[in-house]
Design a protein around this ligand. Structure first.
Ligand code: TYD
Length: 202
């Protein structure tokens, strides 16, 4: 796959600030004149919509069907958004990527390493993974109290503890584990320090 652009994935459990931090980084990079594509998974496409229907009733599909939906969604995302943007030299920031599948579907019983291997057959490996870390209790608190949302079927605290454990154990030289407990400006500063290496040389 021809690749001139840069791919940065934001990962972590729910409520760690991925969405806020992705937007802040996108703003800075655009101010510097870079062409940025901000995107997310699950996508708004056909499979992403099916995934959202599961939020209220995850048990309506088997774990295998659930994993297949996330993979189909990602295949479409890579083909339609990520690969074309990278090919024309854009910076792609994605809110969740295949590390989420390893952690969430891994917590549901699949082998995380097999999930990563299956994804890397078709999904470009990110230049950097910003893994935001915060205690599960804080993540849940942020989702429930600050966003006023109830937890969807992927966000139940017990399952999230397993998800967090898998995220913590994932290995890769592209993974930067950053403390997501601070305020938005503090976490943003940490991220800027980490991505600096990627943007130094044109
Ligand atoms: P989230 O980022 O919270 O999106 P939204 O704002 O639409 O709720 O992601 C939705 C849920 O999907 C989240 O709890 C984690 C889960 N998920 C997986 O289980 N596997 C995956 O591969 C991805 C991308 C997400």
């Amino acid at each position: 796959m021809a690749r001139k652009g840069l791919l940065i994935a934001f990962e972590g459990i729910d409520g760690t600030g991925k969405t806020t931090q992705l937007e802040l980084l996108a703003q800075v990079l655009r101010q510097r004149g870079l062409s940025v594509v901000a995107t997310r998974e699950p996508t708004a496409g056909q499979y992403g919509r099916k995934i959202r229907e599961l939020y209220k009733n995850r048990k309506s599909v088997t774990p295998e069907e659930e994993l297949a939906l996330f993979l189909d969604d990602r295949r479409e995302h890579v083909a339609q958004v990520i690969a074309p943007a990278l090919a024309c030299g854009q910076v792609v920031l994605t809110d969740r990527y295949y590390y989420s599948t390893a952690a969430y579907q891994g917590a549901a019983g699949h082998d995380p390493q097999k999930i990563i291997a299956a994804n890397e057959l078709f999904a470009p490996v990110p230049d950097m993974v910003i893994m935001l870390e915060a205690p599960v209790s804080l993540g849940v608190h942020r989702v429930q109290k600050l966003r006023g949302e109830t937890l969807n079927d992927f966000e139940q605290e017990e399952a999230l503890l397993r998800v967090a454990r898998i995220f913590a154990g994932l290995k890769g030289g592209n993974i930067r584990r950053l403390d997501g407990t601070g305020d938005a400006a503090t976490v943003h500063a940490l991220i800027m320090k980490n991505v600096a290496d990627l943007f130094r040389v044109e």
